[in-house]
Write a protein that binds this ligand. Structure first.
Ligand code: K7E
Ligand code: CUA
Length: 615
């Protein structure tokens, strides 16, 4: 207990030190840690017209978005709205995306996950979680959010998500907050240890379409599940999750949940869970089948891991499970083979609500002295691992197998996740590593108290890591995924023949307004440089449906539809049809106009919604 407090005080002091506004301002100095400014500049310079080598898909945290950057330039290329309306692309304004958002206008995005085939990124989809129990799928054919699944039953605080299995069978998740389940059930807080439950869950992914559906859920003790990673190669079929608060404490968790020297990593045999569900095992709670490990043994095991572990990361060969105890100075490497042997031999030291606990000494291969506050680990192509150190504000490079720490590079300041090129797959690409930092003070022109986060690009192509570049990212860069640019082939127009919207029209002569009772449908054509029809007349109280098709088949020819005073803002990409339905409750004349600059006569692209008053 005393030891825990001393560690906590030490960490608090270290954090306070790093947060002190001490960085130099207004000087054009060489980048800290880079051997040479000219080399760093050359390595990150992407000449006008040249293209970056990698895409970086970075979490936007509670902005609810995904930000796309090019690497090594670190140029911001695009914003993919996922959980939050985004007026720039009209996301969340038309009927389809508004329905997808389902009344929630924010989400706290943490972990983007690229789809995989045989453990390698296949460039098809990007899955991303958010805390309100949802997972979304972005189609990388057009970089658009195509599905938001959830909020899922029994899930409270979907943090340990949206990790995919090596063949994208599932997107896996685990809850950060435990509650009495199903949602809506009451239990007093002093019954936390017994009546509150955590959940580990799997979202099923259709292998052809990427469509998500309910998989299975597993009930757990009320630990706070944190991060996860799927087994791969030798450990394929298993899933690993860290937790803190195995104390089952409530109140001030910074003290109450840091009592024990060890928390756990859960090892889940997800194929066994899948089989149990297929055999009809599990109880229906909140409308889904939930496995209780006490009644269905052989699915979940607990690996003791010190101390309040945060990240868990499986090595490219699947042999090692790296658990980073954020209140320690070491990161712990578990050996998957030893875990299997211990399970076979039933070498358990006890259980937690029926879940067997393995013996630390039986399964551990090494405690690697990486430095203070290890959080997350990524991998290179050459047997090296890279661990982020929050308290030390640095990245440690170490060797798998020899467990030797060979290099460290400081981060400014306080790194959370880190992202190496395809660094969580079976074949990491090396070259670049990005530190996703929590603080940036003093390293950019001052923008007032709301400061950006920073992402720092590090060269890992040589023995010594070198800092190359500071980029300033939108909040909150939790995790990111970096994929070779050549793996993606996004379309630039929607082909006319693939547009199946029943309200799509392709000729201005088909545009016009039809009425059934008080329901009015306007079919609209957007093409340089007219919105047809140029006037839409309705009566006050009508339900108005405007279906607009951008009939262009030319790259970059987007048109918008901004309707003043009605809070309507739609953007149609070339070949796309969008529909918006609203009640014409305000009488008067309301201009609509094209919002995307599209031609020399863009300004002429306008019209009027005329709403005839009742009186
Ligand atoms: Cu480390 Cu939410 Cu992945 Cu932030 S979590 S750092
Ligand atoms: Cu169409 Cu501007």
């Amino acid at each position: 207990m005393k030891k825990a407090l001393i560690i906590l005080v030490g960490i608090a002091a270290a954090v306070a030190f790093y947060c002190a506004p001490s960085a130099p301002k207004g000087s054009r100095k060489g980048p800290t840690g880079a051997s040479d400014m000219a080399v760093a500049a050359q390595k990150t310079y992407v000449a006008p017209g040249d293209l970056d080598e990698f895409y970086l898909f970075s979490s936007g945290g509670h902005s609810g978005q995904i930000y796309v950057y090019g690497v090594p330039s670190m140029r911001h290329l695009s914003t993919i709205p996922v959980y939050t309306p985004y007026p720039a692309t009209g996301y969340g304004f038309d009927d389809e995306t508004r329905a997808m958002l389902g009344g929630l206008t924010w989400g706290d995005v943490h972990h983007p996950a690229l789809s995989e085939t045989n453990g390698e990124y296949d460039g098809r989809w990007l899955f991303v979680n958010e805390m309100n129990g949802r997972v979304a799928r972005v189609d990388l054919k057009d970089f658009k959010t195509r599905q938001i699944f959830g909020p899922m039953p029994n899930i409270s605080g979907n943090h340990g998500s949206a990790f995919v299995t090596p063949n994208t069978e599932y997107s896996m998740l685990a809850t950060r907050f435990s509650i009495p389940i199903p949602k809506g059930k009451y239990a007093a807080i002093d019954k936390y240890a017994s009546d509150y439950k955590g959940i580990i869950a799997a979202v099923k992914i259709d292998p052809k379409t990427g469509t998500m559906s309910q998989g299975f859920e597993i009930m757990t003790p009320p630990f706070d599940w944190d991060l996860g990673d799927a087994g791969k190669k030798v450990s394929d079929g298993w899933m690993f999750w860290t937790c803190y608060n195995s104390e089952r404490a409530t109140g001030k968790l910074e003290v109450t949940a840091s009592q024990r020297d060890r928390d756990y990593i859960a090892a889940v045999d997800w194929r066994a869970a899948e089989k149990a569900i297929a055999e009809g095992k599990g109880d229906v709670i909140g409308g889904v089948k939930v496995i209780d490990p006490k009644k269905v043994p052989g699915i979940v095991y607990l690996l003791p891991c010190g101390k309040s572990p945060h990240g868990v990361d499986v090595s490219p060969d699947g042999k090692y499970i790296v658990g980073s105890g954020k209140l320690q100075g070491v990161t712990t490497v578990f050996n998957f083979e030893k875990v299997q042997t211990a399970i076979r031999n039933k070498n358990f030291t006890g259980d937690e609500d029926g879940i067997p606990v393995l013996k630390y000494e039986d399964i551990k291969d090494a405690e690697v002295p990486v430095g203070l506050g290890p959080l997350h680990t990524q991998f290179g192509p050459d047997g090296y691992a890279y661990t982020s150190l929050f308290v030390d504000s640095a990245i440690a490079k170490w060797k798998l197998g020899t467990w030797e720490v060979v290099d460290k590079v400081p981060m400014s300041y306080s790194i959370g996740h880190l992202c190496a090129a395809e660094g969580d797959t079976v074949s990491p690409k090396g070259k670049y590593l990005i530190g996703l930092n929590k603080l940036s003070h003093g390293r950019h022109l001052s923008v007032g108290p709301s400061q950006p986060e920073s992402s720092q690009l590090v060269d890992i192509s040589e023995e010594k890591m070198k800092l190359l570049y500071d980029a300033f990212t939108e909040p909150e860069p939790h995790n990111a995924q970096m994929i070779e640019a050549k793996k993606l082939h996004p379309i630039e127009v929607y082909p006319k023949e693939e547009n199946k919207n029943p309200l799509a029209i392709w000729d201005v002569k088909d545009a016009g307004v039809t009425r059934t009772g008080s329901n009015v449908t306007a079919k609209v054509v957007l093409v340089r440089s007219t919105i047809t029809p140029t006037a839409i007349e309705v009566n006050q109280g009508d339900t108005v449906k405007i279906a607009m098709t951008n009939i262009e088949q030319t790259t970059d020819e987007l048109h918008g539809f901004g309707l003043l005073d009605y809070n309507i803002n739609i953007v149609c990409d070339p070949g796309e049809t969008k529909v918006v339905t609203f009640k014409a409750d305000k009488p008067g004349v309301f201009p609509y106009y094209c919002t995307n600059f599209c031609s020399a006569l863009h300004q002429e692209m306008q019209g009027y919604l005329i709403v005839k008053g009742k009186g």
